[in-house]
Design a protein around this ligand. Structure first.
Ligand code: GSH
Length: 206
């Protein structure tokens, strides 16, 4: 049995959606980041990074959305959550997921986590102020060049869709209007119709 550690409102939603799409049995464990649950010794023993998500498997703990998403997709080929038989397409999907993890998510983190990069209070404010611009620039790129439609990879739904949905959900809080990106907005609405997404959002709510 898998155990999945997540926090409401976090990037862990991407992996939570994938778990629900896969049909894998898992036990959800909810952390509250604002309470510092992720820095408690019992959680650090599971994930020393002090971050969510973490997926406990019978072979060990997996962290990082990109790894967890690929693991879920490969564990349940019948769920068709990734182009498993095509190395190029699989790499394209991972390229999308890597852009989300290494650029979009990092843009967003400058709003509330500036202290990771500087102790200078003025610099933290400057970083915060830049978030609407960097998020909008990333989403313009996704809208114009990356989201093939109707799903990220084209006709086939993949784990990348839940990751895009998770980032798009953050846009209002980052002061970016989703209406600026009609393809992303339509994708977001399409995602909300999926039973697995509804279930993941309900699990997140607790
Ligand atoms: N690259 C990691 C990022 C994980 C991450 O930063 N998670 C955030 C939530 S979105 C977190 O746990 N933050 C808690 C903290 O910084 O204390 C992934 O994609 O899994």
């Amino acid at each position: 049995m898998l155990t999945f550690y997540f926090a409401p409102g976090s990037c862990a939603l991407a992996s939570l959606i994938a778990l629900e799409e896969s049909g894998l049995a898992y036990e959800p464990r909810r952390l509250i980041l604002a309470n510092g649950d992720q820095r408690q010794p019992d959680y650090l023993a599971i994930n020393p990074k002090g971050r969510v998500p973490a997926l406990v498997t019978d072979r060990g703990v997996l962290t990082e959305n990109i790894a967890i998403l690929a693991y879920i997709a490969q564990s349940v080929p019948a769920a068709k959550l990734a182009p498993l038989d095509d190395p190029f397409e699989f790499a394209e999907m991972q390229s999308f997921n890597s852009y989300i993890a290494s650029t979009v998510h990092v843009n967003h983190s400058h709003k509330a986590r500036g202290a990771r990069w500087t102790d200078d209070a003025a610099a933290i404010e400057t970083m915060k102020a830049k978030v609407p611009q960097t998020m909008a620039e990333s989403f313009a790129l996704i809208e114009d060049k990356m989201l093939k439609g109707p799903w990220v990879m084209g006709d086939e739904y993949t784990v990348a869709d839940g990751y895009l949905f998770t980032m798009a959900k953050w846009l209002p809080g980052d002061n970016v209007d989703l209406d600026r990106f009609p393809k992303v907005k339509a994708h977001y609405a399409r995602m909300l119709e999926r039973p697995a997404v509804k279930k993941a959002l309900a699990v997140e709510e607790g």
